[in-house]
Design a binder for this molecule. Sequence first.
Ligand code: HEM
Length: 447
Amino acid sequence: MPGKSLSRWTMAWFGSALLFLLGACAMALFGLAGPGEWSRGAGMAVVHLFVLGWLCQVMLGALIQFVPVLAARPLAFPGLALPALAFSSAGIMALAAGFLTLDGHEALRPLFLLGPFSIGAAFMLVAVTVGATVLHRACLRLAEVRLVVLAMVALSGLWLSGAVMALTLAGTRIAVDLTEALPLHMLLGLGGWLSLAAFGVSYKLFAMFLLAPEQGGMVRRAVFLTAVLVVALALWALCLLLAGRSGGRAVSVAIGLVPALTMIYLGEITRLWRSRRRPVPEANMLWSRMGLLFLALAALLIVPGWQFGGVWAEAAVFVALVGWLSLLTLAQMVKIVSFLTWVQIFAPRIGRQPVPVVQKLSDARAVASGLAFWSVGTVVGCLALLLGSSGGFLFAVLLLTLGALGVMRELIAIRHLSHLEPAERPACLPHLVLPFTFSRARAEARS
Ligand code: HEM
């Protein structure tokens, strides 16, 4: 039965990630993040609620779900998923609160030390479950699996760079040069961990959703080898940093390789798109294509970002986090949640009664309007950062929040099976985030 190989806690990871996303948006709407605010503790807290709470949690939850699909093997140690979620949520809240010590809230200093360790425990648990699933010779021949493993290696470097910066800022005896550490940290987080994991998962998901033949060969090998070079240079720079030496040259070369890596990947995805057998792609793929355009824009902005820093660097990071990674995530999340809900409720009924198709669980127009708000918000936010306009940035955050709320509303409708005709709705509905079902009659009586 297909449902047997599903991880039980993916919805909980997604639910937690969406709450962090709303939290980050709400704090930004209160003016705690924006042009000129990034170096303040509150600004860093917002950044990490977004990157760790939203993007990392979705990615970790999705990997736990998809690594068995990528590797065609059952997930090892599935019981680690829930403690990993608990450690990561607690750690992210502690780290975000800890950042406020930079704004003078001294009482929160212990959280600055505790947060990274709780987050590290979560990363370790996920690494054990993912690693034990894929570290087999047959699996490692698959390009998408190798990219995910490389992304996990970058994740360990990301954690180490973040932890030593936190220890430095907390005033412990461990201290590194923050001006050297920060670009390296961002490269490992954005380019190494999040983007490489997204590349790996997209190879499989895009081929599946577009009904395209699986690609491979030279171009995919070129993506992998360039990615290995970028991660190796970043880890070498990290070793130099920890030894008290400068790794600036290695970071420069690694960042210089990122636009090339991006363009080779995009070239390959363009070929995959053209070879599809699905004539009209669904909403999740059309909006993922917009995410890919933002990836190209971020890769272009990296060049002046690294050269001149300042607003160029802010705009490059913003477009990569919000336009590329978040838009891709939001678009694919709608499809993944529809699919998981369908498997949970309808897969066991196949052959016994008529079942609706997965597409009927969502409303493509509602999804498109949420994602359109998000995309316009990204463009407005990028321009506002380039012009240093706080008002423009606030407007962008408002658009992004409306977009996120629109998609969340649709996700709730999918879980409640709201788009199905009454006759198609089963007697049991899935819980919003927990791996249980409950009686529809009871839910309707309560509302
Ligand atoms: C994908 C994950 C991550 C990404 C993309 C990321 C990104 C960033 C960015 C963009 C900044 C600069 C923020 C600003 O100027 O307002 C930053 C700073 C920082 N990050 Fe992260 N981060 C990630 C994970 C982590 C983790 C896991 C830790 C701790 C273990 C951490 C600790 C820190 C610290 C302490 C700073 C402050 C550095 C300074 O003041 O110079 N980060 N990070």
